[in-house]
Design a protein around this ligand. Sequence first.
Ligand code: AMP
Ligand code: ZN
Length: 481
Amino acid sequence: MLKFYNTLTGHVDEFVSQIPEKASVYTCGPTVYDYPHIGNWAAYIYWDILIRILEANNYKVARVMNITDVGHLTSDADSGEDKLEKGAKREGKSAWDVAKFYSEYFLQGMKKLNLIEPQYITKATEYIPQQLDLIRKLKAKGYTYQTSDGIYYDTSKFIQYADFAHLDLSAQKSGARVETNPEKRNPSDFALWKFSPDDEKRDMEWETPIDLLESNDNGEIMGFPGWHLECSAMAMSILGETIDIHTGGIDAIPVHHTNEIAQSEAITGVRFSDYWLHNNFLKVDGTKMSKSLGNLYKIEDLEERGFSPADFRMLILQGNYRNEGNFTFENLQAAKNRLNNWLNFAALRHQIHNNSPNKDKAVSFYATSQAIKEAVDDDLGTPAALRIIDEAFSKLSTAVLIDIDRPSLVQLLETIDLLLGFELINNSPDIADETKQIILERNQARAQKNWKKSDELRNQLANEKIVIRDTANDSIWEYDF
Ligand code: AMP
Ligand code: ZN
């Protein structure tokens, strides 16, 4: 049974989609003003497992991931600079060029990390009319008001506003003296549309439709959308009024997702998303990542030190998405070793030539494939899935090759690749016939107790990055990573 911890209900719920065998998923995507760090990527790895397990349960997935290329301000309180405009100043480019560069970088990174591509990747700047339309609907229903710097959502009009994140709004009110915008009616109110500042020409701005403005405004006012609005607009435009699953980081619960719900449900009167999944944060050496600590690693920083994106995937899946993760280079090395071991077990399939072994002794993995799926079905239980795989492979390390049921091993590898995205099969190629010949000659030399020749041949194999593990019954080749 597929189940997830649902932030909306506060428990682990069985997943039931609105339409049988179809699942609509919305993932809050990157703000493309800088390179993503490994903490950002951790989140996308978790959601990659979500998509994989939905598909393994025969759901046809329709997934939208947005690209935030406008409107995400440096402060959640609708103050501060737009991150894109800030990135543009930093790099001496236009905000459009910055967005293009980091969007492309992000999409290439997704490929590098073997993340399943969403069916819809949508840019906030390409959904401006839809966002304006939502403001129009909210205005018609009396949820908006205008201040000198934008059009705001009046959260006091949406009585369920505090429910999703269990907010204490009265505490927010009493703390309102730190509020930066005195024109806001309630501290939790948020901008749907911001007006471009008078003293600055923004790269990205659009004319504010006159019907959205208060009647006494009749000049041209340029503006740009609020960050929260884009997710509601893109999710509902493509996936409909109610989506099955919405994902994001836990930091999005009290503001961003609360506001998405307020906007969307005020308009439609129906639930915006049935399931809300939130990932916890990845720390580095037990501390929060930050620019000042210099621990905002990019994937390329790991690659420069000899680690692959798959090693990083392994490190991330060793933890549960709901728990804080800890990145250290020691942990990454341990994850790499684990993955390399798995690749050597995957390579055994090239060395088992008997497809119908002695049934009494057969080492078979059909039950393992099922157990892995059940672990992931249980709220993306990747740590348990990894333990099951280790246990299965430990059986292999002591098995006699002829006793191993090859089709079940292949099925196990396929299951791991499908559910966890490790590409074990593609990354464990067979060795060349000439190399196999060297192994045969070495075995003959050993049988003849010709140790000198057997050592020479072993060295030849080492040059080809192949080592031999001699067991009582077999000489098994392995990659020398
Ligand atoms: P962005 O909008 O691109 O700045 O993405 C920020 C999102 O990445 C946040 O909302 C978080 O959910 C997520 N995020 C940031 N830092 C981390 C981290 N250390 N671990 C996991 N997720 C993170
Ligand atoms: Zn969002």
